[in-house]
Each structure stands twice: as structure tokens, then as C-alpha cells.
Design a protein around this ligand. Structure first.
Ligand SMILES: [Fe+2]
Length: 331
């Protein structure tokens, strides 16, 4: 059994944002097709959370007024942003035990929550900056502590389907440290594309590209400065019909970065296999990248909270991240 298989991690579960104002933070996600699926209030933590879902993508927006709570402390230190990249496990308790035995720092020991709807086990370990990984497993329909039910999943072809990758920024010289961390604790494997070091689970259920200023340049340093330290730069959610989805989201008021038209003049030559209409791609600022396996389509939002942004991606064979495209788009 490999180091990854021993943990029985099934993939990304959800992303939790620490925010100063839940309703305001929710606006951008609602315009992008997310639906409100549950609320919770945890009095002892002075914490409120809103669960937003779209197919397999689950987002939790949390706010706390208790200064010592990690949610409030995160907002104070960094502003709004992702504090938790949660991994779904077959058994969170044994996963935590294994991770701890490999040297992980335990932030929350395993706890269980039970309601009529089901039982959930969760624990959390520290990662880079103030980001943590909750390990979560469920029997039945309980989403997490304080929530009532698991969200319903109307399986829509439109919109976002699942979390594709979460791109993480660390200080110059620190990539090696975090590569070792994810290899040792989680058994992820690493490889490099362009300026990224990608930590990935064997079947790609978890993909964490890492970047640092020494390879990513000034833009990465600016993001770190704005975030007051390491953190998540962007999250990418996959779509099975990106063009149609972007048209729909725009009608709902979502905004995406534009791309200067010269970019599209050479697209058909650079990516001879693409079946999409290039004029339509240009109209919606959708960019293309490719490798020997195929191509991908991608589009970026502007900054949604602090320097954080979202990416929508449709993979048509390509396994890369289109990193060079990001700097070609602008507000
Ligand atoms: Fe990306």
C-alpha cells in the first residue's frame, strides 16, 4: 500500500473561506451559479457559516466575532480568504492518526457529530501559512458540525462540476519544504510545469500547484504582500461546457477578465484541434492551453476577496494549468 493509499483520501471535500461579511462574500458565488444549501451557528465559537453548493463543489463561508477563534484570527491577519482545504476520507480518525504519526501538526483532534441525518467525523492539521486541512468522513447525510443535512445534488450539466485544483503561494525558498511536507504526510507525488510545482494524488483527485516569487515573479510577490503571507492564490472549478456556462454567468452579473484580441489571432494555428468558435472564445475572454494529450479552456475572475480569484476550467485532454495565460488577461 502506498503512503497515499494508507490515508484513504477520496479527494477534495470543500473549501472554507474565513470572511468579514458572509452575505457580501456570497454575492460573487451566487452570480456564478452556487446555491445556498445550509446555515449553521456555533454559539461557543460566535461563528456563523453558509454552505454554498454547485454539483460536487462545496463552499463554506464562515464568520466569527470571537477574536481567539481561527476564523476571526485569519480575517484579522489576512483579510478574507481560504483558511481550509478539506479532504474527504473514508475514515477521518485513522487518516488523522496516520498523518500525525508522520509528523503532521494536529490543530483539531478527531471529533464526531451526530444528528438524525447521520454522523460526521472531522479533524484538522496545519499546512502552509494559516491554511489547514480538515479531514472529514461521513456516514449518512450530515455535512459537518452544526449543519442539518448534506446538500441535495441536482446533477446539472451546466456550470461548475468539481474542484479541479487549488493553487497555493509560499515565500521564496519554501517550495521544497512544502513539497516534502505533502509527500511525507499525504503521500502526494510532485512534478513541475513551467513555474509551478504540482502536488497531486495518484488519480488526480487532489491537485495542489505551488508557486513562489523566485519562479513566479513580481506578481506572486505582490499577491503574498497583499495576503500578508502565504496562502491560496486561486481555486479552479471544472466545467463540462465552459462557453455556455460563462455566457450564463455573465447574464447573472458575474465578471471575468478580458483578453486582448491579438491573443486569438494565432489560436487556431497553435491549437489546431480546437472545435470551439474562436470568435466566441474571444468574446468571452476564454483562453486555451494545450499539451500532447489535448487542450483546455480557461477563464479567470478578477479579484473576488483580497487578491484571491477563481478560475473556471474545461479540460479536453490537457493536464496542465495554463499558467502563462493568467498574465495575458486583465480587468
Ligand atoms: Fe489555475
Amino acid at each position: 500500500m502506498s503512503n497515499f493509499e494508507a490515508l484513504k483520501i477520496l479527494g477534495f471535500d470543500h473549501l472554507e473561506f474565513a470572511v468579514a461579511d458572509i452575505e457580501r462574500a456570497a454575492e460573487s458565488f451566487l452570480k456564478l451559479g452556487f446555491e445556498k444549501a445550509g446555515m449553521r451557528e456555533l454559539r461557543e465559537r460566535e461563528l456563523r457559516s453558509l454552505l454554498l453548493v454547485q454539483n460536487e463543489v462545496q463552499i463554506v463561508l464562515s464568520h466569527s466575532t470571537k477574536g481567539s477563534d481561527p476564523i476571526a484570527a485569519f480575517v484579522k491577519a489576512h483579510g478574507d480568504g481560504i483558511l481550509n482545504i478539506a479532504f474527504r476520507c473514508e475514515d477521518a480518525v485513522s487518516a488523522l492518526e496516520i498523518a500525525a504519526s508522520r509528523g503532521a501538526t494536529v490543530l483539531e483532534p478527531p471529533r464526531s457529530y451526530q444528528k438524525e441525518a447521520g454522523t460526521v467525523h472531522q479533524a484538522a492539521i496545519a499546512a502552509f501559512g494559516d491554511v489547514r486541512h480538515t479531514l472529514i468522513s461521513r456516514q449518512g447525510n450530515l455535512f459537518a458540525e452544526g449543519f442539518d443535512l448534506s446538500p441535495r445534488r441536482p446533477n446539472k450539466a451546466m456550470g461548475f462540476q468539481r474542484i479541479d485544483h487549488v493553487t497555493c503561494l509560499v515565500e521564496t525558498g519554501k517550495i521544497e519544504l512544502w513539497r516534502n511536507f505533502y509527500e511525507k504526510i499525504f503521500g502526494l507525488t510532485s512534478y513541475s510545469i513551467e513555474n509551478l510545482t504540482i502536488l497531486e494524488s495518484p488519480r488526480g483527485g487532489i491537485r495542489l500547484p505551488f508557486c513562489e516569487p523566485s519562479t513566479g515573479g513580481q506578481e506572486i510577490q505582490e499577491h503574498l504582500d497583499m495576503n500578508h503571507g502565504p496562502g491560496v492564490e486561486h481555486a479552479a472549478f471544472s466545467s463540462e461546457n465552459l462557453l455556455e456556462s460563462v455566457q450564463h454567468w455573465r447574464k447573472q452579473g458575474a465578471k471575468f477578465l478580458g483578453v486582448p484580441s491579438p491573443y486569438y489571432e494565432t489560436i487556431s494555428k497553435r491549437f489546431p484541434g480546437i472545435v470551439e468558435n474562436v470568435h466566441e472564445l474571444a468574446e468571452y475572454g476564454i483562453m486555451v492551453d494545450g499539451d500532447e494529450n489535448g487542450y483546455l479552456l480557461q477563464v479567470f475572475t478578477g479579484k473576488l476577496m483580497g487578491p484571491f480569484f477563481l478560475e473556471a476550467i474545461q479540460r479536453k485532454g490537457a493536464t496542465g494549468f495554463g499558467e502563462k495565460n493568467r498574465s495575458r488577461s486583465s480587468d
